[in-house]
Ligand binder design. Sequence first.
Ligand SMILES: [Zn+2]
Length: 600
Amino acid sequence: MISQNFIQDLLNRVDIIDVVGRYVQLKKGGANFMGLCPFHNEKSPSFTVSPTKQFYHCFGCGAHGTAISFLMEFSGMGFVEAVKDLAQNVGMTVPEQEDRLPPAQRAEVQAKSLALSDAMTQATQFYRQQLRGARHAIDYLKGRGLTGEVAAKYAIGYAPEGWDSLRSVFPDYDDDALVEAGLVIDKGDEQGSTRKRYDRFRDRIMFPIRNTKGQVIGFGGRVLGSGEPKYLNSPETLLFQKGSELYGLFEARQAIRDQGYVLVTEGYMDVVALSQFGFEQAVATLGTACTPVHVQKLLRHTDQVIFSFDGDTAGRRAARRALDACLQHATDNRTLKFLFLPTEHDPDSYIRAYGNEAFERMVHESTPLSQFLIAQLTEDKDLTTAEGRAKAQYEAKPMLQAMPPSALRLQLLRQLAQITDSTVQELESLFELARPVTTGRLMKAPPASVRRRPPVELERKVLRIVLAHPEFAADLDEDALQAIGQGAPDHGEMLRAVVQAARGVTGGAGFATLAEMLRDQGGELARLIAEVAADTPSEPELARRELAGAVRQTTMKILRAEQDRLAAAGLPDAAMRDRYRELSATLERLRAEAERDLAN
Ligand SMILES: [Zn+2]
């Protein structure tokens, strides 16, 4: 969770012209900069970037947003990643905030993770020390060709056979932290009277799983001999989430940097064996399919990720899941490849049989994402029939939609158009790609009808002025908010939210900041932001007067309605007649004010 203040400072510091200019050739045209839209195919520029609004807007496809949204859309980064990237470019550091928890609760969570982390460290030391005396475990590792050096690098250990060996490490064997760390298992007695507690890992080779800071957050345990399951992982805990952690990443960091790529394998033994043979840039998923979070994490370390899979059917299936996890991250500056080993091999056995050099050759000849994707789409289809071609297109749609707009996506479209007997334009419209693909949650393109703008109602006008000039939010007092709220309950509530957000906004990038703060709101507000993005920036003094005028008009409309109701009732009593006169006087005053304003 990044604070609104930080976003505001960032947007005030960053210049959107620089950010967009890194990827799109921009030319100055009037107050704005223009270029060819990176989010749809076009020949003449309809993509504008406004330095005053710190916002981009495409008149062709409706894409729009701030410097942050641009990075998210263009390079497929997540929100936090985009913010970090921008911050780095202007020398700011994103404050590391745990979460939105209140301080007391956060302290509690921190204390708990510290206790868990401490338990994991002690267990790691215990298992390592146990390995020294475990003949059959050492024999097993030696049999797999591992030296003590590599075992030490990965802190490999051994969990002994007994049911409660950890009792010797943790005198308080009943400590809750041991269950929460996944080191022991509680089993309630049938009568529920006593519980039985025992070690989760027994008679297993232990592979500690470290986070990127090097702390042990979980274990993978491999059985010795023929027990089941062959591999047993720590359960998910406060420290350990399988869908986002990778085995060996901590140990591989330097090699990944040196070699310029990372190899993702399917098991701990692959990682350790490859390292033994001098191939140190390998990591493994933890018994789960590869997720987009995994891919994103790896892409923080390198632009080139290669996935290796066993040549069997299960390997093919896993490869397909990895492909799906990759698509949203497939930008032009990254290389994502797939290595398929011969059916009888995994990386461990292959490098053992043929050596490091042969393995590296295999890695370098691996299949590019584009080729694998096309192969997946055409597999088992008769492309000589219309049905076969249509099926391929049908399956391609979600995949192409998941990809960020890029030269690679265009290349794939070309190839797909060719093999399915269509044109790129046909596919783009079939896949609904002409629209920006994933324009954020808020930044949805407005429907075509909004672009030819209907006459602006007063409430909308007020909202648009406050959005474009957050500094005027201070001009709207409670009376004004109530007047607008009465006339238009929905807009009134929206206005309140916008005004409240706007009151905290300072600095030159007011509109962009506000748009980011309201990112999670949907629907009508998103449409309004799109409208402001498309507007020519208004002169602040003029806008301020317009705002005052709009508030006045809204107030007058409400007062007039009240007057009409009183008149319709026939003004039966003195109180009503007084109120009617009072309303007339106020209306008269407001009318005079409006005239004075017009004369100025
Ligand atoms: Zn566009």
